[in-house]
Every structure is written in structure tokens, then in C-alpha cells.
Design a protein around this ligand. Structure first.
Ligand SMILES: *[C@@H]1O[C@H](CO)[C@@H](O)[C@H](O)[C@H]1NC(C)=O
Ligand SMILES: *[C@@H]1O[C@H](CO)[C@@H](O)[C@H](O)[C@H]1NC(C)=O
Length: 120
């Protein structure tokens, strides 16, 4: 990966992380629990979150394992996703860890953002 793309990803990630702490959401529509965590869209949102976090932090060995649970909320023409994701730390012997990821995006578009990604 080029240094420029990596720098942009890092800048985007931190800009987003900062924006989240300084901009409270004015309206708060209901959250809906994800009934099927194997759903392809949910799996792809979770994989996006792991990839962006890995790229923006340089922790390139982190790997997506699975989705533990999730909730969605209509937001800005798309959805907010609050997912608990199991992540591996690299090749065997692997350690698994659960992370809580907050993602916003519009399915079928390039409009996706990782709001936060923190261990639980
Ligand atoms: C959950 O989604 C997966 C992937 O689409 C599907 O194979 C599975 O049958 C679904 N499970 C239920 C209970 O709907
Ligand atoms: C992740 O969370 C699930 C559900 O709480 C739990 O069963 C699993 O052991 C957790 N995995 C890790 C690596 O903590």
C-alpha cells in the first residue's frame, strides 16, 4: 500500500473519531437488533470495519473472524451499525479478541465510515 493512501486512511480515521466525540447526534431513531449475524451485508460491514481499523493503525495482521452481535439504526440516508466483532491477531497460534465497532454506511454505495473500533 502506498504511503499516501495509508496516510489518508489514518487522517480519515482520526478525523472521524474526533468528529464523533464532538458532534452529538441530535435525533435518535430506534436501534434494531440484528437477528442473523451471518447475513452477508452484516458480515461485509464487519469486514470493512476490521480492514479500515487494521490499515489505519498499521495492525495489518488483524483478521476478521465473525460477528457476535449487532444493532442497526437508520441514519443519514443509510444505517448506523453497532457490531461486536471477533478478531484474530494473526497466524496460529491465534489469539481472539472481541471489538465493538461503530460504522455508518449506505448499502450498495461507496459511502462508508468507521466511527470507532474499541476492544470489549
Ligand atoms: C442467516 O444468513 C445466512 C447467510 O445468508 C443464511 O445462510 C442462513 O440460512 C440465515 N439463517 C437464518 C436463521 O435465517
Ligand atoms: C466474544 O463474545 C462472545 C459473546 O459474548 C463470547 O462467547 C466469546 O467468548 C467472546 N470472544 C472473546 C475472544 O472474548
Amino acid at each position: 500500500m502506498s504511503q499516501l493512501i495509508r496516510a489518508l486512511l489514518i487522517a480519515t480515521f482520526f478525523a472521524i473519531a474526533h468528529a464523533q466525540t464532538s458532534t452529538p447526534t441530535p435525533v435518535d431513531p430506534a436501534w434494531t437488533t440484528v437477528t442473523n449475524t451471518s447475513d452477508l451485508a452484516i458480515q461485509q460491514v464487519a469486514q470493512f470495519a476490521v480492514r479500515i481499523y487494521a490499515l489505519s493503525t498499521g495492525k495489518l495482521k488483524l483478521g476478521f473472524v465473525g460477528v457476535v452481535s449487532g444493532q442497526t439504526q437508520p441514519f443519514n440516508a443509510g444505517y448506523n451499525y453497532q457490531l461486536v466483532i471477533t478478531v484474530s491477531d494473526g497466524p496460529a497460534p491465534r489469539n481472539y479478541r472481541n471489538y465493538s465497532a461503530a460504522v455508518w454506511g449506505i448499502l450498495g454505495t461507496m459511502s462508508w465510515k468507521l466511527w470507532s473500533f474499541t476492544p470489549v
